[in-house]
Write a protein that binds this ligand. Structure first.
Ligand code: NOJ
Length: 555
């Protein structure tokens, strides 16, 4: 099937983590009015869609991914009137807005769960997944571990049964088998769509369907069983998304992106096929999961470019003319890309951040830009466990220390390399106190490098990462080949250079990125190589790519 032209394929999505973006009232927590105040900055960047991480009422066990009321705004973030103003002001500037749809689980403080846990015969009992424990109810129903350490089951003394929580025990999993649950969710989605939002980013979209409750495989050295074979990409999931599409999505001009850790390209084609029967696109995880892991997900090893290339080429080719790719390096769950796949050493930070941007925007798919990525923001390298706020890190610290799986020093190294708080330090706006994020004490420390990495300085510097992103985004807007051109891999055996072509009508783009700090041989641009559209170097050297050089030419 040919790629039909749609606004969401042409979009560039900017992801906002509201707690850390801009604080308008000095309480140390970012808020909706803070976002509204920055809309001109966002429009100036050229992005066309904003994705807001959850802004709903939440006890904040997992920073808003534990929702207690889907139709209310988290008071720390403002009011529904503030939300309506943000939406109207965004629309006025041509920016669409995606909400985060978190419906694999609710908060345990949601009224459905409060009712559900109150007795075994409460009408809301089946909204969640309750099971009897083993060994006379003293042991969980199976060996699954939760994503945030510990068992995935919590015993509720009031009724003597266990409920399932694939994330924290304050995030009980909804029972998607129950049609009433699905109706409630579709109603709520319709309510938001009627408000005028432009789509949803769908949290852990591949986890809703649970096919069986058998023990999971226990990986060598692991403390719990893996639930993947029972809970990820199970066949019923496609019934749910087809139903959601029929009941909600197909009635509006909205885009959707499913967060689908664990999907392969063949599975992605089912979720995001061009027939439009389920979702617009999905987030795959293979490239951000690349590289060797040491204990569970934790590691401080860096993946190598050839592995990234194998993965990304497989996605580019695997979805071609069948589905649509999303493109991302960063989000609120990932370390900063320049620290992970480039170099945040002062000598290389700007060059390598631009190289990584070129690489991403040179592929086919809808690019997602996470706040601060456009500045080349880096990992924060916290040295003390007390600096961390993320439940995932704090629980892993407790569990892995107690089980003697790693030394404190090793754990701190792993968290510094890939912990989620690297993405959650405040946005670096300028050189004033707290990087201009807040007049109060920020809920999490600001990265100390804000004096040299911040939006105000980068706006003024023509060679900044920020101005490079603006240029890339404008090129994408002006040249349909960036969006619709087919993908042809080049130099697949090269150890340093990642290169490919894009072809559309009678034109060819050539993209090449040197992932190393060395000058490396490359003759792709020698001879009649076409016009350079963008590069992170002002001049080219024949026969080579310079350290972290990236270049796109058009013929
Ligand atoms: C994925 C979200 O991106 C992450 O931040 C969250 O912790 C889990 N889903 C649970 O909702």
């Amino acid at each position: 099937m040919e790629q039909k032209h749609t606004w969401w394929k042409e979009a560039v999505v900017y992801q906002i983590y509201p707690r850390s973006f801009a604080d308008s009232n000095g309480d140390g927590v970012g808020d909706l009015n803070g976002i509204t105040a920055k809309l001109d900055y966002l429009a100036g960047l050229g992005v066309t869609v904003l994705w807001l991480c959850p802004v709903y009422a939440s006890p904040n066990d997992d920073n808003g991914y534990d929702i207690s009321d889907y139709r209310a705004i988290q008071p720390e973030f403002g009011t529904m009137a503030d939300f309506d103003r943000l939406l109207a002001q965004a629309h006025k500037r041509g920016l669409r807005v995606l909400m985060d749809l978190v419906v694999n689980h609710t908060s345990d403080e949601h009224r459905w769960f409060q009712a559900s846990r109150s007795s075994r015969d409460n009408p809301y009992r089946d909204y969640y997944i309750w099971k009897d424990g083993k060994e006379g109810g003293t042991q969980p129903p199976n060996n699954w571990g939760s994503c945030f350490s510990g068992s995935a089951w919590e015993k509720d003394e009031a009724t003597g049964q266990y409920y399932l929580h694939l994330f924290s025990k304050k995030q009980p999993d909804l029972n998607w088998e129950n049609p009433k649950v699905r109706e409630e969710i579709y109603d709520m989605m319709n309510w938001w769509c009627q408000k005028g939002i432009d789509g949803f980013r769908i949290d852990v979209a591949a986890f809703y369907a649970k096919s069986n409750f058998d023990d999971g495989r226990v990986a060598p050295g692991a403390l719990y069983g893996d639930f993947s074979a029972s809970c990820i990409n199970q066949p019923r999931i496609h019934d749910y998304f087809r139903e959601m599409n029929a009941r909600v999505l197909s009635h509006y001009d909205v885009m959707t992106v499913g967060e689908t850790g664990g999907v392969t390209p063949a599975q992605a084609v089912k979720y995001a096929g061009l027939d439009g029967g389920e979702l617009s696109m999905v987030f795959q995880f293979e490239h951000v999961d690349a590289g060797e892991r040491i204990v569970g997900k934790w590691t401080d090893r860096r993946p190598q470019m050839p592995e990234l290339r194998r993965i990304l080429n497989r996605w580019q080719l695997g979805l071609a003319d069948k589905a649509w790719n999303s493109l991302y390096w960063n989000n609120h769950d990932q370390p900063r890309v320049v620290s992970r796949f480039g170099s945040d050493a002062p000598l290389w930070r700007t060059l390598s951040a631009k190289m990584l941007a070129t690489c991403l925007y040179g592929m086919q798919g809808t690019p997602y830009l996470y706040q601060g990525e456009e500045l080349g923001m880096t990992n924060v390298y916290f040295e003390h466990i007390e600096d961390y706020r993320d439940i995932e890190v704090l629980r892993a610290w407790e569990e892995l220390r107690a089980a003697h799986k790693a030394t404190d020093e090793q754990l701190l190294r792993y968290f510094a390399a890939i912990g989620r708080d690297n993405a959650r330090t405040p946005m670096q706006w300028d050189t004033t106190a707290n990087a201009g994020f807040s007049a109060g004490t920020p809920w999490i420390a600001v990265n100390k490098n804000y004096l040299s990495i911040n939006a105000a300085d980068e706006e003024k510097d023509p060679d900044s990462v920020l101005n490079y992103y603006k240029k890339l985004i404008a090129l994408r807007r002006e040249n349909p080949i960036f969006v619709y051109g087919g993908f042809v891999p080049l130099l697949e055996g090269d150890a340093s250079v990642y290169a490919w072509q894009r072809r559309y009508e009678d034109r060819t783009l050539t993209v090449a990125c040197n992932f190393t700090p060395d000058t490396v041989p490359c003759t792709l641009f020698d001879g009649a190589a076409g016009e350079t559209l963008i590069s992170n170097y002002h001049s080219r050297a024949a026969g080579v790519l310079q350290p972290y050089e990236a270049r796109i030419t058009l013929m």
